[in-house]
Every structure is written in C-alpha cells, then in structure tokens.
Design a protein around this ligand. Structure first.
Ligand code: APR
Length: 257
C-alpha cells in the first residue's frame, strides 16, 4: 500500500495541475468483476483464437460465433457496477478545473459512474454498427437472450451488425485519437491506472505527456511497462488507491479554503 506521504504528494500535483489526463485500462474494471479480453477467452471460448473473435476477418468467417461471444461479454458487463475507484474519479473531476479520462476499456463504466469527460479509444460494447458501412445502430444493442444467434441486419442497408469496438488491425476512432494526443501534450499530470502499457497506440500516451513535461502517476498493483515514466508509483488496486487520492485532494482543498 502506498504511504500517506506519497498519496499526499500526488494529491498536491493534482491540485496544482491546470489539466489532468487519466488513462485507464482493463485493470480499472477488475474490481467491478469485468474480465479482461484475455480473461474472457476462458471455458468454452478457450478453444478459439483471439484473431477469430476480434478481427473483421474472423467475423466475416463466422458472424454467428463472434456476435454470440460479444453478447455473452455484454451480458456480463451489464451486471457490473462501478467500484469506489470509479466514484473517486468522478469526485476528482468535480474538484479539478479540467480532468479528462481516456480509456482503452469498452465497458462504459466511467460514464455509468458519472464521469462526464470520457474519451473511448477502443469504442464501446454498448453500441453496435453495421459491418459494411458502419451505420450506427440506434439505441441499446439488440439481444434475443439465446446462447447463440446471428447478428441482426442493419435497418438501413441490411449488412450484419457488429459491436462498435476496435478490432485487431483496425484504426482507432480519429476524433478520439486526436483529442487524446492533444490532451497528453497539454496536461500537467497524467494518471495512469490499470493498464499493462503493452497495447499500442494507447501505450504511447504517457510518454507523450512526460516528454511535454507532465508528471506521470501510476496506479497498479504490478509495475507496468511504462513504470519507468512514473514520477510517482502508487502500488495498489484502483479501488483502494483512487479513493485515498480523492480524499487527500478534498482535505487539501478544504484546508485551502
Ligand atoms: N487496479 C489497477 N490495476 C490493476 C488491477 C487493479 N485492481 N488489477 C490488475 N491491474 C493491472 C495489471 O497489473 C495490468 O497491468 O491492469 C493491467 C491490465 O493489463 P491488460 O489486461 O493488458 O489491459 P490493457 O492495458 O487495458 O490492455 C488491454 O488490449 O485486448 C486489448 O483492446 C483490448 O483495450 C484492451 C487492451
């Protein structure tokens, strides 16, 4: 567990920042019970190659299988509730002049917790679009509740629906990338939470921020690949460390006023 001194020092950095960027990965959602992409390839699904489940080629080959795998993940995510670490980020956003979350997660938990400014780099499992022309499906993703089913057709062009997530080999959404990279260059503090730092291009953000002079704070039970960039390493789970950080920020602010 990080010492009170290290928490207080990190809270000082946050409090004096004009802009804070929070970059989150799969570890952020662990304590809400959401398996990572790799964890989700367990049981029945363990026999499939990730490339068959998370690529356009795999979808075209077997749309029923891929659609059903995402339906199973979506149902699990629908039951998840944001843990205390999520609420701590909502509190920090309310207290600081500018805080944006850039997430690699597709579960939508930041918005569900109440965070307002969230950039989703890898899309969202809560949305669908059509395969061929990317027409967005309006509203909640249809689910007939069956263990296996075919993707419904797009109401506009008839092409099958697919999850609106970024698959291997696909470009990240342009507007999200532009905003994330600009914020990384402009932020004073980058708070890196629950990411292994191995998936590009998201893993580049902390280096962009550090090069531009920002302080990087890492929250992770295990040091990530990007730990060398961290000016402070708060070793621990998001659900334990972030509430302490938010509390220290609140105390400090109250002390100010
Ligand atoms: N709190 C904070 N961090 C945690 C916790 C926790 N409770 N539990 C685990 N972690 C950390 C792990 O130590 C690890 O560093 O979360 C990280 C999870 O790493 P990955 O599973 O590699 O997740 P991520 O960095 O988000 O990359 C996954 O790859 O599958 C693709 O596109 C998909 O966005 C996804 C990306």
């Amino acid at each position: 567990m990080p010492s009170d001194e290290s928490i207080t020092r990190a809270a000082e950095w946050l409090a004096s920042a004009r802009r804070v960027l929070v970059s989150t990965g799969a570890g952020m959602s662990r304590e809400s019970g959401i398996p990572t992409f790799r964890d989700a390839l367990e049981g029945l699904w363990a026999q499939y190659d990730p490339q068959e489940l998370a690529t356009e080629r795999g979808f075209r080959k077997n749309p029923r299988r891929v659609w059903s795998w995402y339906a199973a993940r979506r149902r699990r995510i629908a039951e998840a509730v944001p843990h205390a670490g999520y609420h701590a980020l909502v509190e920090m956003e309310a207290r600081l002049p500018s805080l944006t979350i850039v997430t690699q997660n597709i579960d939508g938990l930041h918005a569900l917790a109440g965070s307002r400014d969230v950039v989703e780099l890898h899309g969202s499992i809560r949305r669908a679009k059509c395969l061929d022309r990317h027409h967005p499906w309006p509203g909640p993703v249809p689910d007939d509740g069956a263990e296996e089913s075919d993707p419904p057709p797009c109401p506009v062009c008839g092409s099958p629906l697919r999850p609106d997530v970024v698959w291997f080999g696909e470009m990240l959404p342009e507007a999200a990338v532009e905003r994330a990279w600009r914020l990384a260059e402009e932020c004073d503090v980058l708070l890196l939470v629950g990411t292994s730092g191995t998936v590009w291009p998201a893993a580049e953000l902390p280096a962009v921020a550090a090069r531009a002079g920002a302080r990087v704070i890492e929250v992770n039970p295990e040091p990530s690949e990007l730990n060398h960039l961290a000016a402070a390493y708060l070793q621990g789970a998001a659900g334990a460390v972030l509430p302490r950080l938010a509390a220290a920020l609140t105390e400090r602010r109250m002390g100010d006023g």
